[in-house]
Design a protein around this ligand. Sequence first.
Ligand code: DAH
Length: 334
Amino acid sequence: MSAALTEILEKLKAERVAFGGDVSTLTDLDAVEDVRVKYLGRKGSISAYFKSMGTLAAEERPQLGGELNLLKEHIQQELDGLRSKFAGNGACDDSLQHDLTLPGTAHELGHRNPIMQVLDEVKAILATMGFDVATGPLVETAYYNFQALNFPADHPAMDLQDSLHLDHGLLLRTHTSPVQIRTMEKSQPPIRIIAPGRCFRKDTPDATHTPEFHQVEGLAIAEGISLAHLKGTLVAFARRLFGKQTKVRFRPSFFPFTEPSAEMDVYFDEKLGWLEILGSGMVDPNVLEGVGIDSEKYTGYAFGMGIERIAMLKYKIDDIRHFYENDIRFLNQF
Ligand code: DAH
């Protein structure tokens, strides 16, 4: 063996020892990568040794090549092992990991989305006013979503553009009002329910629209219910939700299932002024008769509000999409 080869093989032994020293100090993936570059990189020491093969006689080259490949494989295996170790548990020191006297890792507790918080608050206020909670399916028939609510056949709300239609004449409910019909079909007056839940419309998301949103519906049917009951209930509700001094006003409006109908506005401040928070009205006699309730004997009122809108006003949020994007920086504020 030539003196040159002997010398290189000695250096290789030292290289293996140095590598052992380097890997013993590694604690994370970045450090593993640094060591890989040092030994196996294009300008790393192993490739320098491969280049030095040229200085040897042709018959000695295979021996050095064999040794170099062994060392290269060894380095590769060690680094692969470390890589999967650190990838699994992040950078961590075994001795720390097994020290049972250390405090545990605190896991941050999540909390309810602001939409759910406002929904709970609205439900709680109305529960103290005697409203029970009723539910209905998210997938509805056109009958419950429209016809039974006295929508004329050509009403624009029934437009294919507005609703998300499924097969077999079904659709995703566009409002919580169908729960009014389902409740009246099942029970006799007096009825006093709210129906909170998800609704869907074929809307492209923007600052004030999302295809999925939440409403709370209200319905009260009994003998002698008048517009005064509707007004008293909703004014009391608004003041519980937005504060004792809250000013509200009712504006005439139109909904197929109520007659007369009104929208309720709440006064916020000089900048925002009056803003609509719900639709309401006296249940249309056609709707009562449709479910077999005697409209000469019974009357009732109904109302429906959008929860996202109320949450936006309550918390001064300028874009409805925040509620659905799960950005932790937004959610943590509530
Ligand atoms: N369903 C209506 C909508 O989604 C809201 C509504 C208005 C509900 C008036 C009612 C009501 O119960 O009386 O636009």
